[in-house]
Design a protein around this ligand. Structure first.
Ligand code: 3E9
Ligand code: MG
Ligand code: MG
Ligand code: MG
Ligand code: MG
Ligand code: MG
Length: 349
């Protein structure tokens, strides 16, 4: 039985936008998922109804069509891993075996011709994704994409060890894990490919730009935890979610945890805006586009989060807002008191 939390309108200073070909892209992703037989028939049947194409079309509203389509297929593939193996599958409770399987997948991502996992639909899908990453990205971007997959895989193994033990991490650990297990960092190379540029390492890897990307990951995953709480807490399966972590850590109920999570994501959003403003002062045109894409990623996840049947669950409707607010509930620019990320706030002023 789900906890019937009403989610209020969330602060979002970002403009709503969607690629005009969103319907075609979503349709092509359903065809792609069927061609590669991603997930069980049952899981795939669910995933193709989640408007993943629309989500990707919001992340890259002005991006190159082929890359929006690549992103859409890739996000569906990620759910094939995250839902199919981690949250709903047996490997999600066998961290050692999960890490072996994911390491083999990673080898396919690096060297798609490697004769491993020859009868595995996710491996076949990944070979196709890698070919398209090569077509629309540079060798450096392909390497970043593989590295980001590794950090995502590493984090879901950590998550699996908590699932196996039935434990809930503390807020410091959860925040660190969540920077990666939401698979947000694997999307970043595709933001560059979508606009046909490659960020120079001295910009992309600078501490402040990495912090902006991490802030986007924090906001996207905290928002996901807010909007997916209804579906995640409804079932009998183990789940990890910021609200659950806050309930445990603070000894509070779901309503108070929701308020606290909203305050945290509001404060991260205010800092993200300020940091981007500072970065734009001496940014290359490519970095300006990258920062704008981070904003589209955040807003796209919000619009998709309150509309996709993945989260609205019409058979047991979630109580969602139908709009966003223009001001934060918590306008504070103080750090959150979370060891892994408090340094973000030291980068402004
Ligand atoms: C997200 O966390 C899991 C990822 C593997 C989903 C794939 C999505 C992206 C790559 C883009 C990031 C978007 C987000 C996080 C909405 P979780 O809580 O397992 O997702 P769920 O949909 O089950 O709530
Ligand atoms: Mg199958
Ligand atoms: Mg669809
Ligand atoms: Mg997950
Ligand atoms: Mg999930
Ligand atoms: Mg979730």
């Amino acid at each position: 039985v789900g906890i019937d939390l009403a989610v209020p309108p969330i602060y979002s200073p970002f403009a709503e936008a969607i690629h005009p070909l969103y319907q075609d892209i979503d349709q092509q992703t359903a065809v792609w998922a069927e061609k590669f037989r991603i997930g069980s028939d049952e899981l795939r049947g669910r995933l193709v109804r989640h408007d993943i194409g629309g989500f990707s079309a919001r992340i890259l509203p002005e991006g190159r069509e082929e890359v929006v389509s690549l992103l859409s297929d890739f996000v569906l593939w990620l759910f094939g891993v995250d839902d199919g193996h981690c949250e709903e599958g047996e490997l999600g409770r066998k961290p050692g075996e999960l890490s072996g399987y994911l390491s083999r997948l990673l080898r396919i991502a690096q060297n798609p011709e490697t004769p491993m996992l020859l009868d595995d639909p996710l491996a076949d899908g990944l070979r196709d994704l890698r070919r398209r990453v090569d077509r629309y990205g540079t060798p450096g971007q392909a390497a970043r994409w593989v590295d980001a997959l590794r950090e995502y895989f590493f984090s879901v193994v950590w998550e699996a060890s908590h699932r196996t033990a039935g434990t809930v991490p503390d807020l410091d650990d959860y925040t660190l894990m969540r920077l990666y297990d939401g698979a947000t960092s694997v999307v970043l190379p595709l933001l560059e490919m979508g606009h046909g540029y490659e960020l120079q390492p001295h910009e992309r890897d600078s501490t402040r730009v990495r912090a902006a990307a991490e802030l986007a990951s924090f906001i996207i995953t905290w928002d996901n935890d807010i909007f997916s709480y209804h579906k995640e807490a409804a079932g009998t399966d183990y789940y990890l979610n910021a609200l659950r972590v806050l309930e445990r850590e603070q000894g509070i109920g779901p309503e108070a945890a929701l308020d606290l999570a909203i305050s945290q994501r509001d404060r991260a959003t205010s800092l993200f805006l300020l940091l981007c403003e500072r970065l734009r002062e001496d940014a290359s045109p490519q970095l300006r586009q990258y920062l704008a894409s981070l904003g589209s990623f955040i807003r796209g996840a919000q619009d998709w989060g309150i509309t996709s049947v993945r989260y609205t669950t019409p058979h047991d409707p979630a109580r969602f807002p139908d709009a966003f607010r223009q001001t934060p509930v918590d306008p504070s620019l103080r750090p959150l008191g979370i060891a892994a990320v408090d340094w973000w706030w030291e980068l402004v002023d």
